[in-house]
Design a protein around this ligand. Sequence first.
Ligand SMILES: [Zn+2]
Length: 242
Amino acid sequence: MENLEAKRLSIVAIGAHPDPFDMPYQAGGTLAKYARRGHDVVMVSAAREEEWVEEVAAIAKRLGTGHRFLDFEEGAIFDDASHTHRIMNMLRELRPDLVITHQPDDYHPDHRGLSRAVLAACLLSRVAEFKTDHPPHMIGNLFYSETTSALNSRPTIYVDVAETYEQKMEALRLHGGLSERQPDVSHLESIEHLVEREDATMRMRGFQVERDYCEAFVPAVNYRVTWAHDLLPLATLPPLED
Ligand SMILES: [Zn+2]
């Protein structure tokens, strides 16, 4: 069996939108941590909007990841054969060990549609009968990221992101162009508010597991049907303080 602990991993995080480029908000601290440890990380924005291309590139660079677009249409991302096929083609090209996307019950219809299409693409990627530009690839790990403001989210996996907290905050503030382009934007719609909201979410998830800042995830159990532990997974405990 492949030892993933010792491998340089390929990680693909697929968000629906470039504005504000969903994955940096929902999983940016974790992705930056993987990048710091020398793994290959690609953040994907399913929808492409020209006005965001430069900021998306700057944010990805700040987090230490690559980025790309799938050229889907905002407001029309569905769990159908066409979208699934295009996601599957990209996954077969990038050959990830780990895929992250939105939760299937997130608030935005594009997030929901994308989540289900990614699940289907991960399942079908290994099936040789489905022909794409690249050969089949088996994906062993699919995780759903935090929902916006943690609404309707019941995560079971917490990642300590204190190490990359500042890096993530700096990256998110690179979205400042939104406020500049829309000078009448209210505080609740401003980038600063989005950053405050993300800060509160990371602190709240941190409080739940006695850390300063965490990002939270849900394993896609409906996907991991062939995935079994040798025995129950045990937590690694910190040493007792004197
Ligand atoms: Zn979005």
